[in-house]
Design a protein around this ligand. Structure first.
Ligand SMILES: [Zn+2]
Ligand SMILES: [Zn+2]
Length: 315
């Protein structure tokens, strides 16, 4: 599926991509559909190359080897800039991104850097493993960025693909989880997955939160989250693109509350999360679409009609 320009995602027949000496060719089995894909397809995020094959939650097998691997959003880092050297390759000044600066997994084959693919735990089907690769890993990083401690009170604002995986990690850590949603379907899934309290974006939780993660792609929700955290609490914004954050009273930030964004992930985050996901085990709720119906999957995501994660079945 080729994005020729924003708003124009079309089926295409292309020659096989060419793997360089440091790359592997991955035969794609499934690819998760992420909100970031939607933002690229809709033009909310500027295209970094055109045409482009989107998709960055790729499960497949290395051609000629058969090893099952995941290809995720972080497609490369230079390893030499000050941020990489400080262990923050997620912030690399020359970072590469699957399905944005490199072709991604809405395709039968994808080329990836050998040192940026991840072996996947066994016991998880291809479709179930796909959402772990962005929704899962970055949700995990967002929990870490929020500073939540085992047994603490965490709020999740929005309950889509990433949050429905993050809650399973938070519950594994013994956290008390408050979920803020906008639809009855999201409420029901949150309760099934162990939320202690479920309310609307602007409802007050029973007690102030120690930390919150916002997943909904709207800036208003950031204000709601600041209002819900107690003194010293952190709000982590898990979004690559937000409309805007409205002006708010300094009182919401005072008492050493923190507001932080979450950008990408490191390979260490990915390995930690995938190990943890196998141990818990994390279970993704998946809605399956064939590859050629990627546009429909994105439309359903745009309209908030996906329960859990949408995944494209490729082979
Ligand atoms: Zn770097
Ligand atoms: Zn993503």
């Amino acid at each position: 599926m080729l994005l020729r320009e924003p708003g124009r995602l079309e089926p295409a027949e292309l020659p096989d991509p060419v793997a360089g000496p440091d790359d592997v060719m991955v035969e794609v089995a499934a690819c998760g559909v992420c909100r970031t894909d939607l933002q690229i397809v809709d033009g909310d995020l500027a295209m970094r190359r055109a045409p482009l094959i989107p998709g960055h939650q790729v499960v497949g097998r290395i051609a000629g080897e058969g090893t099952r691997v995941g290809v995720a959003w972080l497609g490369g880092a230079d390893g030499s800039c000050r941020l990489c050297l400080a262990g923050a390759e997620n912030l690399c000044e020359n970072g590469e991104f699957t399905g944005w600066t490199r072709d991604g997994g809405y395709a039968e084959k994808v080329v990836a850097r050998r040192d940026f693919v991840f072996p996947l735990p066994e016991g998880l089907g291809d479709l179930q493993a796909a959402p772990l690769l962005c929704a899962g890993i970055i949700g995990y990083r967002a929990l870490r960025v929020s500073g939540i401690r085992p047994g603490g009170r965490i709020g999740l604002f929005g309950f889509g693909s990433s949050a429905h995986l993050a809650i399973q990690v938070a519950r594994h850590w013994g956290c008390d989880v408050a979920v803020f949603t906008r639809t009855p379907d999201e409420d029901a899934l949150a309760r099934e997955l162990g939320a202690a309290w479920v309310g609307g974006y602007d409802d007050a939780p029973p007690q102030p939160l120690d930390a919150a993660v916002t997943f909904a792609p709207v800036g208003d929700v950031v204000i709601s989250a600041l209002r819900a955290v107690g003194r010293g609490g952190t709000v982590a914004v898990n979004a690559i693109h937000l409309d805007r954050i409205p002006q708010f009273s300094y009182d919401l930030l005072y008492w050493e509350r923190s507001l932080r964004s979450v950008a990408n992930f490191t390979r260490r985050d990915a390995r930690e999360f995938l190990d943890l996901a196998a141990e818990i085990p994390v279970s993704a709720t998946v809605e399956e679409y064939p590859l050629e119906r990627a546009g429909e999957a994105l439309g359903a995501l745009r309209e908030g009609r996906i329960r859990g994660s949408a995944v494209l079945r490729v082979s």
